[in-house]
Design a protein around this ligand. Structure first.
Ligand code: GLU
Length: 564
């Protein structure tokens, strides 16, 4: 009882004071549910729906609507997402793909200059050309139709109310505004995110977003059609096509034709657990499962968390997985992706045999898969958000959602940011006459790294759900979180806080300012090129052990865990 009172007290305080919000929570029995999300307001919106008896999916709609308001740099209805849903009663896992698509008029060479050289990254990001057809509204509608309990319209009410009432800019949002060199390029975001004197809004400044309230009202009343057809769709098309300096090619037909897809989740055994993620167009599920399949050949459970050997092995597994990712993984509706072969345990055992404890294998070659591949590397900096919800019935949502770069394309319309997700395509369409799998094609979805994950124990019971933002480093963050939960038996909070190591088949990145900096010499002696840098994950995780749920919110961001 005292425990419940404390939680309720923390819940009451959470919206008032960001710093006092609980980062982690534990609960034996969930009367309403548990939420781990990147912003206290968003987590509270989810809890409000759960308290009304809503399902995890109902809460997810409310959380996403709120994140688009209070964390607009990371995700929103103008972006895309992947969502895993565990239906506890049916004991069935569903995977939903709301990834953006390239407009019908887009072409493989659109991110090349006239002389054939690729554009600089931000040259492509800012403006209309990289805006993909948003997927979030259709995704939420589809998944809510299948798993919602409460009426759709009510789920938007917390975000509509706060958009009108106004909210205080959080320290992280203020930092993102202050550091962004492009956000004041276009009039609408300039008026919204800056003070009248042109200086960036500060933490504690108020933001009121009436156009967003109106957009959500339209969505609430008219369903996703209100977004993809009619006035909002026309506004999106106009904004994209008229972007000064960098117009895009999106049409009303592109929006009207967008479909979210239910896909088969990808699952593979890891030790006694079953780990499930999203299939393409994200590379996240494949890469995380490949790394686990490689690491299964080593006794990580005997290592202390983040021991030198463990850090070395995780880095080596990253090299091998990224070699395959960069060669073979893209939208499987457009190009053949050898998914079964890439996840085959015998294949992964052979890949693991390339790993030595004493010395790094250096830059890895992709595995021989009897398929021609052109390898490219893409700059993929972090933004994005991840949240997890468990409801009282044990249903689970694990959703990663993104506008790609911080503030996406920097275009803003009807109260929300438009994504720049098409820069996740390869700018270079072919290498040595071989077409790059992840080249731009009309209607195609750009390759992602988003890795929403749900894990089950040996009796098929829910064990954990996790995911993170972080560009292509997402894959390393999620892998490490899973190792921490499964091999090292850490709590969700300990797991998300563990200092990071990431290798994307090149430099071994270690999280600066952590105990890992002590490993630089030893890893260099093993042949790693080591770089110390900030690795700003945003892991949100819920775990269940012996009937007790515990949640973790990444201390590197503003997230919280709430439970009742
Ligand atoms: N656009 C990235 C992806 O889909 C996510 C960006 C990020 O997390 O920073 O993989």
């Amino acid at each position: 009882m005292a425990h419940r009172f404390l939680l309720l007290l923390l819940l009451a305080l959470a919206p008032l004071c960001l710093d006092a919000a609980p980062a982690s929570a534990r609960s034996g029995k969930l009367a309403a549910g548990m939420v781990a999300a990147a912003n206290p307001r968003a987590a509270e919106a989810g809890m409000a729906i759960l308290r009304q008896g809503g399902s995890a999916m109902d809460a997810a709609v409310a959380i996403q609507a709120m994140l688009g308001l209070v964390e607009p740099q990371s995700s929103g209805i103008g972006g895309g997402a992947f969502l895993l849903y565990w239906d506890a009663a049916a004991q069935k896992l569903h995977a939903y793909d709301g990834r953006e698509t390239a407009p019908a008029a887009d072409s493989p060479d659109q991110f090349l200059h006239a002389d054939g050289t690729p554009m600089d990254f931000y040259e492509a990001v800012v403006g209309g050309l990289a805006v993909g057809v948003p997927g979030v509204p259709r995704l939420l509608e589809l998944a809510h139709r299948n798993h919602g309990k409460l009426p759709w319209a009510g789920l938007f009410q917390p975000a509509i109310a706060l958009a009108r009432e106004g909210f205080q800019v959080s320290p992280r949002l203020a930092m993102e505004i202050a550091e962004d060199p492009y956000l004041n390029r276009f009039d609408t975001p300039k008026t919204y995110f800056y003070r009248p004197d042109g200086s960036p809004k500060q933490a504690g400044d108020r933001l009121v977003n009436e156009p967003y309230a109106e957009t959500l009202e339209a969505l609430a009343g008219g369903g996703a059609d209100a977004f993809y057809k009619g006035r909002i769709a026309e506004d999106i098309v106009k904004t994209v096509r008229a972007a000064p300096g960098d117009p895009g090619r999106m049409t009303a037909a592109d929006l009207a034709g967008y479909q979210a897809r239910e896909r088969d989740p990808l699952c593979s055994g890891y030790r006694s657990y079953k780990v499930c993620g999203m299939p393409p167009p994200t590379s996240g599920g494949i890469a995380v499962l490949q790394m686990l399949g490689i690491l299964e050949n080593f006794q990580l459970g005997k290592e202390a968390p983040n021991s030198l050997d463990a850090v070395h092995l995780m880095a080596e597994a990253g090299r091998l997985a990224f070699a395959d990712r960069n060669a073979y993984v893209a939208d499987s509706d457009f190009v053949p992706v050898p998914v079964a072969r890439l996840l085959d345990k015998t294949y992964l055992r052979k890949r693991a045999a390339l790993v030595e404890r004493s010395h790094s294998l250096g830059v890895a070659e992709p595995g021989q898969i009897k398929q021609k591949a052109a390898v490219t590397r893409q700059y993929e900096p972090p933004s994005t958000t991840h949240f997890v919800v468990v409801d009282a019935a044990g249903n689970v949502v694990s959703m990663t959602s993104s506008v790609e770069n911080a503030f996406g394309s920097r275009l803003m319309v009807d109260g929300f940011i438009l994504n720049n997700q098409l820069t996740d395509f390869s700018f270079v369409p072919q290498v040595d006459e071989v077409a790059v799998a992840n080249r731009v094609e009309p209607g195609k979805r750009p390759r992602s790294s988003m890795s929403p994950t749900i894990v089950f124990d040996d009796e098929g019971r829910f064990f954990a759900a996790t995911g993170s933002p972080g560009g292509s480093a997402i894959i390393g963050y999620v892998l490490q979180d899973l190792i921490a939960l499964i091999d090292w038996h850490l709590t969700a909070q300990q797991a998300v806080a563990l200092p990071h190591v990431v290798n994307r088949n090149g430099v071994t990145d270690l999280e600066a300012g952590t105990a890992l900096s002590g490993d630089v010499q030893a890893l260099t002696a093993r042949g790693h090129e080591v770089r110390l840098r900030p690795l700003v994950s945003g892991l949100h995780t819920i775990r269940r052990v012996e009937g007790v749920y515990d949640g973790g919110a990444d201390p590197r961001r503003e997230g919280v865990v709430l439970a009742e």
